[in-house]
Design a protein around this ligand. Structure first.
Ligand code: SAM
Ligand code: SF4
Length: 431
């Protein structure tokens, strides 16, 4: 979501004649868009500002803005401690960025803008063309969270759940496709909580499917509690919806899920997975895990391991519980750090083995790949298959924006390598 927000910040600042630069030395204004989900986020802000200070030693300082969730949560402290910062802009206030920049230029004053209303931001953004022309583009449809999992800062930094109007989303999607996008990834902290005048995520998926040149749709991140039957149904009916679902579970123990305030059991989670498989037999899953949540026993941890093996997640994102100030779990007694590290090691080893086995089986199979870009100075193209795996092929033809059948020949931990095959070869292989 921060990538989407950063692009929108860029679109907004173009209106006052700013453009992006890859050369930090050239910048007149430096925007640091931050994430607060795990600890060390604030340290990173000070570290990055240190880098900017170094670059601009003995030169006129650039305007320095801190945006995102660290700004929202710790704005006052940042402004007090680091005088090099000119302004703090929370995630629901960045539509005001031009006013902020111009006012700093004029009056040299410090600003802290951390309003919570998402509606105003999106009202402003709908008037600003999304200029992103990447083959695969993000589109935020929902923001904020009302779920208050005990470990999480999001409800405090992004504010309450808000769903953007359907028509605004469709119009932004059309703009992205017009700019050249062929895949749209719908974003939200709880994307499947989307509800605008009783129109749900499933309604949106069907409407987006009608956009002619849009080839692929994905969405992230969804919550098991909001996985309604209409959405499960859409996975069987909506051909443009890709068959990889990221469905965070956090723990394999229902007791821990209850302590986290996740509001569902492992039985209910597995029911969703099984129903989705009934609707779409090719669907696969990825998930997030918090290891060593306060109170996690050996038995709870083993339940997490069993779940990973049972579902066979093709990608697992796992972190040791990180206590966040201001959250209900922030003050709980932590699991001994040596035990926590051991559990993370065991978990990641097993999750990696599952991933490796899955990827090994892809060798000699065919994949449908949407190509995103040419690799610099090489006749190679980068794309993704339906399961979001990175794929690289050699090609003299410009494959950007095209979907091709690719025979996979090799793989490493992160990338699959293959060759484009013709339609006849594809049919022969299938036969
Ligand atoms: N809304 C999504 C959900 O409920 O599944 C997840 C959004 S959260 C921004 C992304 C991931 O960060 C979570 O799934 C969780 O695994 C991880 N996370 C959040 N707070 C954490 C914490 N305090 N310690 C460790 N991991 C955390
Ligand atoms: Fe955080 Fe997701 Fe829980 Fe909301 S549902 S509080 S975003 S983990």
């Amino acid at each position: 979501m921060n990538e989407y927000d950063s692009n929108r910040i860029l679109d907004l600042t173009k209106k006052i004649n700013y453009t992006s630069t890859n050369n930090i030395k050239e910048a007149d204004c430096y925007v640091l868009n931050t994430c607060h989900i795990r600890e060390k986020a604030t340290d990173k802000v000070y570290h990055d500002i240190g880098r900017v200070k170094k670059e601009f030693r003995n030169k006129k300082k650039p305007i320095v803005l801190i945006a995102g969730c660290v700004a929202q949560a710790e704005g006052d402290i940042l402004l007090e401690r680091e005088k090099y910062i000119d302004a703090i802009v929370g995630p629901q206030s960045y539509h005001e960025i031009n006013k902020i920049i111009l006012s700093i230029k004029d009056k040299d004053k410090k600003i802290n803008l951390t309003e919570f209303e998402a509606i105003e931001k999106f009202d402003e953004l709908k008037l600003t063309k999304n200029s992103n022309s990447k083959i695969s583009s993000f589109l935020t449809i929902q923001e904020g969270c009302d779920k208050f999992c005990k470990f999480c800062v999001v409800p405090y930094t992004r504010g309450p759940e808000y769903s953007r109007p359907l028509s605004e989303i469709i119009s932004e999607a059309n703009q992205l496709v017009y700019n050249g996008s062929r895949e749209i990834i719908l974003l939200g902290q709880n994307v499947n909580a989307y509800n605008f005048k009783n129109k749900r995520l499933s309604d949106l998926l069907y409407l987006l499917s009608e956009i002619k040149n849009l080839q692929r749709i994905r969405y992230t991140t969804s919550h098991p509690k909001d996985f309604t039957l209409d959405l499960i149904e859409a996975h069987g009916k909506c051909a443009k919806l890709m068959p990889l679902l990221h469905l965070p579970v956090q723990s394999g123990s229902t007791k821990i899920l209850k302590n986290m305030n996740r509001n569902h059991s492992i039985k209910q989670y597995l029911e969703i997975i099984n129903r989705l498989k009934e609707k779409n037999s090719s669907i696969k899953f990825s998930s997030d895990f918090i290891i060593a949540y306060p109170g996690e026993t050996k038995d709870d941890f083993e339940k997490t391991i069993s779940l990973v093996k049972e579902v066979g997640f093709i990608n697992s994102y796992s972190f040791i519980f990180s206590p966040r100030p201001g959250t209900p779990a922030g003050n709980l007694q932590e699991v001994d750090s040596k035990i926590a590290k051991e559990r993370l090691f065991i978990f990641q080893h097993i999750a990696d083995e599952i991933k490796k086995n899955y990827r090994k089986k892809l060798i000699n199979s065919n994949a449908k790949v949407l190509f995103e870009n040419k690799i610099k100075n090489e006749n190679k193209f980068f794309g993704r298959d339906e399961y979001f795996n990175s794929v690289i092929v050699n090609s003299r033809e410009d494959l950007t924006g095209k979907i091709r059948n690719v025979k996979i020949n090799q793989c490493n931990q992160n990338t699959l390598f293959g060759e484009v095959i013709t339609d006849t070869q594809h049919k022969e292989h299938a036969a």
